[in-house]
Design a protein around this ligand. Sequence first.
Ligand SMILES: [Zn+2]
Length: 314
Amino acid sequence: MVVRLLLALLLLLLPAACSTVHAEQPQKQIAITFDDAPLSDGPLFSGTERARRLIAALKAVDVDQAAIFVTTGNIKGPADEARIRAYAAAGHVLANHSHSHPWLREVGPAAYLADIDTARGHLARFPNVRPWFRYPYLNESPNAASRDAVRAGLAARGLQNGYVTVDVWDWAIVNLMAEAKGSGKEIDMKALRDLYLEVMLSAVDTYHDMGRETLGRSPAHVLLAHENDLQALFIDDLVRALRKRGWKIISPDEAFTDPIAREVPDTLHNGNGRVAALAAVKGVDPSRLRNRYHDQKLLQALFEQRVIRPVRTK
Ligand SMILES: [Zn+2]
């Protein structure tokens, strides 16, 4: 009887104890974004097929809103136009990733802003457009004057920096897939999926930890992905894996309300996203602002060791 009473008491107290722990550790939150859409046909899928798969995969795991950062110069005809409309019709939001994907350091602020305006002109005919601009190559400028000129130009246009916090080199894996296909090599799809998850989850961990160490908290994160075949294959697996690790998938609308969205990092460190930029401002060494898979040679070695199927001999 006493044992029973104690058990009942324990069961009553347990949920309270759990929710206390939960309250002390705010849920890890991340939004999903895809750059460079509409990218041309990939090693596995046509652009149209890829968009169909990406939309279906997001729906399958109940991700209601992702952001598609459109490079409007990639819209070459009605099929590309239809893909962008399909993303918007599925509830995803569109934003500006320039017209011709230039480097600011190569073209200078005036031409750079003109290119953004061209993209704005094209985006105006689509629904669900948000006032966000994502820098091609995540790169502002190594020069403070041109960096600040573009920042002022964005503000004058009512555009917010559509930053990322989790920088991922998925594009490098897609290049390896294309090379393998081009030379007639067979890809082990399960091994490809495992490598993809390893690379993506490691980047999420890197910038989660960097936020906690340098900002004192992990902000609402924004995952960089590209509108490519790899994401179309496995984005649903990634979402499941993230949830398993305690992450909540939030909308980009929500992620960009995080206080870090209002920061204007005074750094010339480029290319790894906002958490890295804020860490750079705090004096963190640039070598520590990257993830270990931001390394072409490493990715190539892992791809060759694990993903390329050995030629069968009889
Ligand atoms: Zn891009």
